[in-house]
Design a protein around this ligand. Structure first.
Ligand code: GLG
Length: 827
């Protein structure tokens, strides 16, 4: 009876569920109830963790009624829904958002205060679930927030990694990685459903039989399996009583598998098999914008996708559902190529399990998937060796081959005699080894393919997948990324939110961000500008207090705050930022510039490097080394400072972004697909210094050239320089400032006279510089001089900052979701 529904006939079974009363007293009572009966402890004996867990559970009681009601409502009137498939969700802390969603923040604050408990303390007790690497995972979290807010039916599927993105610490200026044991203090937000476990098969071989009509049947005979246990999380809307579900899968050994070995007396082997199975959801691969071609990663991908499809088809759809109508019921959105193995999986289910003819199954499958690409780096497109897939998923490999065969026939029909094109487009690459190009598989099957910013979608169409766009121009579309205004403005910046609400008259902007345009008029109002500055100053104070507590870092209160936070990656060019800093420092210590001529600035970095990414880790080391030297050099008089708090994550972002004056978005044009940090900064009133890349292009268009510091080559210029042959050392030789900065960096000045310690980065810049930092240096330094000049005019700067807020409502992820609905999901 596992998993079967028990339906009591008692009248009480239909009683509507209600949360506790929305009053301070009601809240306090519910909280104490949770403390006593949930945590089993009395207030005077309770720890902060007890209180945090009880508080989380209390807030969940309020959301629960809405969750249940949303489910009931959706089942009563089924409409097409979104199945969001993502290997990452970088959620950030849950408590603050849950309080916001239930409008309980003040009630909780007041109620807890009557018990002598400080809400902020409990909030800081939460360990954020870091189940993602960076932009891609955070985007997924913003999207599911928006879908709930818009009351769009969506189940988000992913993996419940036991360890999320590693915790970064620094030792001797180098990055050390500490496992992120985010579950260690309990995890109140999740509901495990072991009774809804799904078995997932791996390995083995396939067998063929013919039935009496001569029709061939394929049987996959797997050699091992695991089970996926779903954990459900609430995804609350805002002020709309809708709560969606995030369903994350955890891997466990199947009982039968275990018991057999255990009974044979081999206890060690039984434990080993258990460990082996659990490894699948053990840890998030810490790679960002580079694929990790390990077999375990493919296991993870198939694991969560197989669980999710099974869960939907067998547990969510009505038992008698006619699968020919599947495309009317669901669209599976593939968040990058990580879940693309879902395509052959659906084919396998339809053909092998449900008995569909191939052609009909393919027709259904083609209408069930859409694919989002998040990159422009060719090396970041996932490719799986044929023998790895064959060993792990032999049936899926056959299916992929068959899809490819049919597809290549189609290509030959469309472009007769063009065998070069056929080879280029084949889902199977032949060199350097036979491998499946997952982006191609996705492109062949998907109804729509989208990039994540206007420029990116253009380049995706014309440069990454040109043959596909020629064949199916209508498949290609753009949806510019967005960020949730709930977390990244309303929650992260309460002071600015209050000010906005004050002048706009109400809070409707929180779910209708275009309303921020109402701030335009106030940019010219001196008293509003003064208030705006006070907000920024207060946000800085709040950040500096945190940095003091968290990292022991002292930050000068009055400096311009210049922030570059994102994953450490060569294409993002943290090294260009570093060259600028060293250039300023060098110009002072060489006596070419007086320190009093430097506009006081604090440069903030936040960045994790993938543990196996050597160049990125050396860059972190160098930034820390430069910071150490500059910060302790009394000649700088605090007017030039570099801080690099360890372990940049969502929680820190929420403090940093509202405090920033300047946002650094300096990737080489044509390399950053979109960026989303860039949007968060603009929305919080930081001005951007940036290249014409990713969503910067759209930000600049919206805020206007006068309120954005553009520099660097454009994408066509980059392409042209690349084609001509880029020689970084020629830029070094021709530019004295650059030469002095590079020389100083390489001299050992910052690395305890150890030249070798800086050489990895410096030599690469001089002799390789794949992302053309040296070519953009001069333009960057000039743009920074314009920043300095602009910042000196406080009123004009504030005006620009306000206009950035007023003009970036477009970047709400609610708008992104509307675009997905219009252009992809409901088409
Ligand atoms: C990618 C890109 C970012 C993009 C993000 C979300 O590198 O430019 O903003 O996805 O689409 N791998 C990523 O983080």
């Amino acid at each position: 009876l596992l998993g079967t529904r028990s339906t009591p006939t008692h009248a009480l079974a239909a009683v509507p569920v209600e949360g506790p009363p929305l009053t301070v007293d009601g809240f306090v009572e519910a909280f104490l109830q949770e403390l006593h009966f949930g945590q089993g402890v009395q207030l005077d004996r309770s720890t902060v963790n007890d209180q945090y867990l009880a508080l989380a559970r209390t807030v969940m009681h309020y959301m629960m009624a809405e969750w249940l009601e949303t489910g009931r409502r959706r089942r009563a009137e089924p409409t097409k829904m979104i199945g969001y498939l993502s290997a990452e969700y970088l959620l950030g802390r849950q408590l603050g958002n849950a309080l916001l969603a239930t409008e309980l923040t003040e009630v909780a604050e007041e109620g807890l205060a009557t018990l002598g408990i400080d809400l902020a303390t409990l909030r800081s007790q939460e360990i954020e679930p870091g189940l993602g690497n960076g932009g891609l995972g955070r985007l997924a979290a913003c999207f599911i927030d928006s879908l709930a807010v818009m009351d769009v039916p969506c189940i988000a599927y992913g993996i419940r990694y036991e360890y999320g993105i590693f915790r970064q610490t620094f030792f001797n200026n180098r990055q050390l990685e500490v496992p992120d044991n985010w579950l260690r203090l309990g995890s109140p937000w999740e509901f495990p459903h072991p009774e809804r476990a799904v078995q997932v098969d791996f390995g083995g071989h396939t067998e063929r039989t013919s039935d009496e009509n001569g029709r061939e049947h394929v049987q996959w005979v797997p050699s091992w399996n695991v089970q996926g246990i779903p954990y459900h999380y609430m995804v609350p809307g805002y002020d709309n009583k809708a709560v969606n579900t995030l369903r994350l899968w955890s891997a466990q050994a199947t009982d039968a598998f275990n018991l057999q070995i255990f009974n044979s007396g081999d206890h060690a082997e039984a434990v080993r098999s258990q460990t082996f199975a659990e490894n699948i959801s053990k840890v998030l691969y810490p790679e960002d914008s580079t694929p990790q071609g390990r077999e375990l990663r493919l296991q993870q991908q198939y694991f969560f996708v197989a669980c999710s499809l099974h869960d939907y088809i067998e547990h969510t759809l009505p038992a008698d559902f006619d699968l020919r109508k599947l495309p009317d019921q669901i669209i599976w959105q593939l968040n990058d190529t990580h879940p693309v193995i879902a395509i052959p999986e659906l084919m396998r289910i339809l053909v092998d399990v449900k008995g569909f003819e191939w052609a009909e199954a393919w027709d259904i499958t083609k209408r069930c998937f859409a694919y989002t690409c998040h990159t422009l780096l060719p090396e970041a497109l996932e490719v799986w060796p044929v023998d790895v897939i064959g060993r792990l998923l032999p049936r899926h490999l056959e299916i992929i081959f068959r899809i490819n065969e049919d597809f290549l026939i189609e290509v030959r029909e469309r472009f007769p005699g063009d065998e070069l094109r056929v080879r280029r487009m084949s889902i199977i690459a032949e060199h350097p080894e036979r491998a499946v190009r997952m982006a191609y598989l996705a492109s062949v099957a998907a109804t729509k393919i989208n990039g994540v910013a206007a420029l990116h979608s253009e380049l995706l169409r014309d440069k990454v997948l040109p043959d596909f766009s020629e064949m199916w121009p209508d498949k290609f579309t753009n949806v510019t990324n967005g960020v949730t205004p709930r977390r990244f403005l309303r929650l992260a910046n309460p002071k600015l939110s209050e000010l906005i609400t004050e002048v706009l008259g109400d809070e409707r902007w929180v779910t209708d961000l275009d309303r921020l345009s109402g701030l335009e008029a106030y940019a010219d109002d001196a008293s509003f500008r003064e208030k705006f500055r006070q907000v920024k100053a207060a946000n800085k104070t709040r950040l500096f207090e945190l940095l003091k507590r968290r990292d022991g870092i002292d930050v000068a209160p009055d400096n311009m705050l210049d922030v570059m936070v994102k994953r450490l990656h060569e294409y993002k060019r943290q090294s260009l930022k570093l060259l600028h800093i060293v250039h300023l420092y060098e110009s002072v210590v060489s006596g070419r510039r007086d320190i009093s001529d430097i506009v006081p600035r604090t440069f903030v970095f936040g960045a994790k490097a993938a543990p196996g990414y050597h160049m990125a880790k050396e860059t972190i080391f160098l930034i820390n080394s430069v910071a150490e030297k500059i910060n302790s050099d009394s000649r700088m008089q605090g007017r030039l400072a570099v801080v690099f708090p360890a372990n940049y994550n969502v929680t820190l972002a929420e403090r940093l972004i509202p405090a920033a004056d300047l946002s650094e978005q300096i990737s080489l044009a044509g390399k950053e697909a979109s960026g989303t940090g860039n949007m968060k900064f603009a929305l919080n009133g930081a001005l951007t210094i940036g290249t014409d890349d990713g969503a910067n292009v759209e930000i600049r268009k919206l805020v206007g050239d006068d309120h954005f510091f553009l520099f660097g080559m454009s994408e066509p210029e980059v392409a042209e320089l690349g084609a001509r042959g880029y020689v970084p050392s020629s830029f070094y030789e021709q530019n004295e400032d650059l030469r002095r900065a590079v020389d100083l960096l390489g001299s050992g000045e910052f690395t305890g006279s150890n030249r070798d310690a800086a050489s990895t980065v410096v030599n690469d810049l001089l002799w390789n510089d794949r992302f053309m930092a040296l070519a953009d240096f001069q333009s960057y330094v000039e743009a920074q001089a314009r920043v300095d000049a602009a910042y000196a005019d406080t009123e004009a700067w504030t005006r620009s900052a306000i206009l950035n807020v007023a003009r970036t409502g477009f970047f709400s992820s609610d708008r992104s979701m509307r675009d997905y609905l219009d252009r992809i999901w409901l088409r």
